[in-house]
Design a protein. Structure first.
Length: 367
């Protein structure tokens, strides 16, 4: 099957690297997604182990769709009966951009009707019960070309299951994992997040250090599909546990807000890394930094909800002064402020455009 791992803009190369490392074939990065090949076993493995992807989907087809008739016929021609059993539910979600079919609700209705007509005819039914497993249909119509998918993940892969609560400005787990991956942290260096909030970056660093599959303790939509039997998931989870590492790690996380630290500790416990990450309440600017080498990765306040622009400028200037002498440290700062380097007082070695949800940010890298 042709599979697709959707991802945040700017992380496509990281997702492609993950897939190649895991041995998948046909890996090809595109905007906001990475294509690859596989069957049920690969669907299971990708869902369990991908750190930086948002969803794993089966691509069923792609065709021109300038009219509703074209959309209906294109969807109806797809082999829905190969994926959705007689009792299966099949809700529809999607988007349309720069296309004649710009009404998403109308496109949803047409796609739903076309799939239902095909399935009803194949199963000899006048009415489909839709009281079984959910097979979420997703579509994207771009420049009058429709792409049709089945979502195997269910909830987005950034929902690892360990963060029911977060601070006021949460960072997606998948984006935190991307920052850790870009830092090339392998567990051998000191790792510090001085603005830890709900602990996301530090927890993702710990999960990467011990090579724990991020989806190990959550469920997925395809777990209830006949094409992905329970035995596949059991075997894949056992293999993932067997691939974990153990050792001594120095991962430190701090925040000035005691409530954030309590939340972060609870999240780390749910993630099973509370014995690996050390949390403390502290002001980032006066936090004692151990002798390097090490990695300092942070998502300091943007000013979107937490600080005024003047307070952000003052904070970034203070950060630059406080950490001016960390020559043996690699430093990574994610912010949407385009003048970060000016306030920080130093030009970044590299910059990488990333998105925290819909917020365009830059990761400023110093090494």
């Amino acid at each position: 099957m042709e599979l697709t791992a959707s991802c945040l803009f700017g992380t496509e190369g990281l997702v492609a690297d993950e897939l190649r490392y895991m041995g998948f074939g046909g890996v090809e990065a595109a905007t906001g997604q990475v294509r690859f090949e596989g069957g049920p076993a690969e669907i299971v493995k990708a869902n369990l182990r991908l750190r930086t992807a948002e969803r794993v989907m089966i691509k069923l087809g792609e065709f021109p769709a300038k009219t509703f008739d074209m959309l209906f016929e294109g969807v109806k021609a797809l082999p829905w009966e190969d994926y959705i059993e007689k009792s299966g539910a099949f809700p529809v979600r999607g988007s349309s951009l720069d296309s004649a079919l710009h009404s998403v609700p109308d496109c949803q209705r047409i796609i739903k009707k076309a799939a239902a007509v095909r399935l009803a005819a194949k199963y000899g039914l006048t009415r489909l019960p839709e009281d079984g497993a959910v097979h979420q249909i997703r579509f994207a119509i771009m420049r009058d070309v429709a792409s049709i998918y089945l979502d195997t993940s269910g909830e987005g892969l950034h929902k690892r299951g360990w963060r029911p609560n977060s601070n006021l400005a949460p960072l997606r787990e998948t984006l935190a994992a991307a920052i850790v991956k870009l830092s090339r942290f392998k567990g051998r260096e000191i790792f510090i997040d001085p603005f830890c909030g709900s602990g996301t970056i530090a927890i993702e660093a710990a999960l990467a250090a011990i090579n724990r599959a991020p989806g190990l303790n959550r469920s997925f939509a395809a777990e209830s599909w006949p094409m992905c039997p329970k035995a596949l998931w059991t075997e894949a989870r056992e293999a993932a546990r067997g691939a974990e590492f153990s050792g001594g790690y120095t991962i430190l996380a701090s925040d000035i807000d005691p409530a954030c630290i309590e939340t972060a500790k609870a999240n780390a416990a749910r993630a099973g890394v509370d014995g690996i990450v050390r949390f403390k309440t502290a002001d980032a600017l006066t936090l004692p930094i151990p002798e390097g080498p090490g990695i300092l990765a942070a998502n300091p306040p943007y000013g979107e909800r937490l600080l005024t622009p003047q307070e952000v400028q003052k904070l970034y200037s203070s950060m630059g002064r406080a950490w001016k002498g960390l020559d043996r440290w690699k430093q990574y700062y994610l912010t949407n402020n385009p003048e970060f380097e000016k306030y920080f007082g130093k030009k970044a070695t590299k910059r990488r455009k990333l998105y925290n949800g819909m917020i365009q940010c830059n990761l400023y890298m110093y090494f």
